[in-house]
Design a protein around this ligand. Structure first.
Ligand code: FAD
Ligand code: SF4
Ligand code: SF4
Length: 428
């Protein structure tokens, strides 16, 4: 395989070959690595085994009796946090890329596998191998789309890298963990971000065009925990906040979000050593370190990492039920029940003030995504429920009356769904 370097030294862009698989596939890279059977062993969309992989990665399975683990997976430490000073160009404050840069700087790894923006399209992820900690600055920020992160494993090994770090979204990290034991690296540090509602970069450009008259100047977009989408521009314009309820969602085609992301079973990147997101951060970032390796990485940031107590406000149950009713209608092909236009600004004003915040916001989103998974699979791929839906997802949807039918149950899901929901679950 040829290695091409069009970026500065320390950031390599391997030429990747092969293709994604048809059907439920996010092109994580496994289908491109030469072993035609690897997808069968590695894919989140075929027959995932979270308990076995949690045991291998974290030494134990997430325990719903430990409160938040029912929602977010195995936890060793959980923080509201920010990097001080924040890193320029980061999606939030840059904790994710700072962890990887520190691993390189300390010599804990030889290379980091992650995404940079494609030079032709800043919203398109481009898989890269980084060996210079300063070059990670170029990888900061969020891109929308899929790119074959794991096809970097072969060129990384060919380049002689034995200890690597991988930054990835949950469907990529599931496949990495499933194959980890057979990959032959001496050490892999896994840094994950949560992920939801991804779509193709092409589709995402259509969304940007609905948000602004000059979409090419949008340099940043984030769905914030205060129920606003934030847009930043590179033409000197002030950042714009658009309340979720005023987004032009109804103008998007029904297939805007691919079935993969509507039926994804892992929001919080349960198999990463450390998950860095924002959902539970109430305006800051949100970190879940899941094991000793995650704790080791966190310690590398020293005083640059400022932490604060996690917050937990509001009640989620009615918001989740409303979401479920709308998802049922959408999955059944019926028009959504829309809020009258006059009411939208009022609810948009109230949402950040009285809606769920902090950990309750994160629980809200995790439950919504689990509900979406079950409802969409029931409509589009009913035969897949049995093997594809893990116990942690059935547990999340059980309070809303969704339980597996006899032919939807695997041995693992049946055991998990019957266990009690964590005490932290607040119902109104
Ligand atoms: C499609 C998508 C959806 C997300 N949804 C949520 C969410 O619902 N809730 C939540 O809490 N967090 C979500 N995140 C994570 C969030 O956007 C931030 O990446 C995270 O909070 C880390 O911020 P940071 O400043 O520490 O990251 P930075 O230091 O800026 O680093 C970001 C890292 O993410 C990598 N990256 C960017 N785009 C992609 C991509 N498309 N695929 C793979 N890797 C990528 C970059 O290469 C970089 O390594 C999502 C991320 C993506 C890519
Ligand atoms: S393992 Fe990766 S490449 Fe293979 S089918 Fe699944 S998402 Fe696609
Ligand atoms: S929502 Fe799930 S399936 Fe879609 S890109 Fe994110 S992790 Fe992968």
């Amino acid at each position: 395989m040829t290695l091409e370097t069009s970026f500065p030294p320390g950031l390599t862009v391997p030429v990747l070959t092969g293709a994604a698989r048809p059907g439920l596939c996010t092109d994580c890279g496994v289908s491109r690595i030469g072993d035609g059977r690897a997808c069968g062993r590695a894919c989140q969309f075929i027959k995932p085994d979270y308990p076995a992989l949690e045991r291998a990665a974290h030494g134990r399975v997430a325990d719903p009796a430990r409160g938040e683990e029912a929602f977010f997976g195995t936890i060793s430490q959980m923080h509201r946090a920010r990097l001080d000073p924040p890193a320029a160009g980061a999606q939030w404050t840059g904790i994710t890329t700072a962890l990887a840069a520190e691993l390189l700087r300390q010599g804990s790894v030889d290379a980091v596998l992650t995404m940079a923006p494609d030079p032709e399209d800043r919203w398109k992820p481009l898989p890269v191998i980084v060996t210079d900690p300063d070059a990670l600055a170029q990888c900061r920020g969020m891109r929308m789309g899929y790119a074959p992160l794991l096809s970097l494993l072969e060129p990384a090994r060919a380049a002689g890298h034995q200890r690597i770090a991988v930054i990835g979204i949950p469907c990529q990290i599931y496949a990495l963990r499933a194959l980890e034991a057979e990959l032959g690296f001496a050490r892999i540090y896994v840094i994950g971000t949560p992920c939801s509602d991804n779509t193709t970069t092409e589709n995402f450009h259509r969304f940007l065009a609905l948000l602004d008259a000059d979409p090419d100047r949008i340099s940043y977009l984030e769905f914030r925990a205060d129920f606003n989408v934030e847009l930043r521009f590179d033409d000197g314009r002030k950042a714009r906040m658009i309340p979720f309820l005023q987004l032009p969602i109804s103008q998007l085609p029904a297939d805007f979000f691919p079935m993969t992301c509507k039926t994804c079973v892992d929001y919080t990147n349960r198999l990463a050593d450390i998950t860095v997101g924002y959902m539970g951060g109430d305006g800051d970032q949100w970190i879940i370190s899941r094991n000793a390796r995650g704790n080791e990485m966190l310690a590398l940031l020293g005083d640059r990492l400022q932490t604060a107590p996690l917050t937990d406000k509001g009640k989620r149950a009615s918001a989740v039920r409303g979401f479920m009713a709308n998802t049922e209608r959408a999955a059944g092909g019926m028009p959504l029940r829309r809020m009258p236009d006059w009411l939208r600004p009022i609810v948009s004003f109230l949402q950040p003030r009285i809606g769920p915040r902090g950990l309750e916001f994160a629980r809200t989103r995790v439950e919504m995504k689990a509900i979406e998974t079950v409802l969409h699979l029931r409509r589009a791929h009913p035969a897949r429920l049995k093997n594809m839906v893990p116990a942690h997802v059935w547990r999340l949807v059980a309070p809303y009356g969704l339980t597996p039918a006899a032919d939807e149950k695997s041995a693992e899901s049946a055991g998990g769904a019957s266990r009690p929901l964590a005490p932290a679950a607040k119902q109104d």
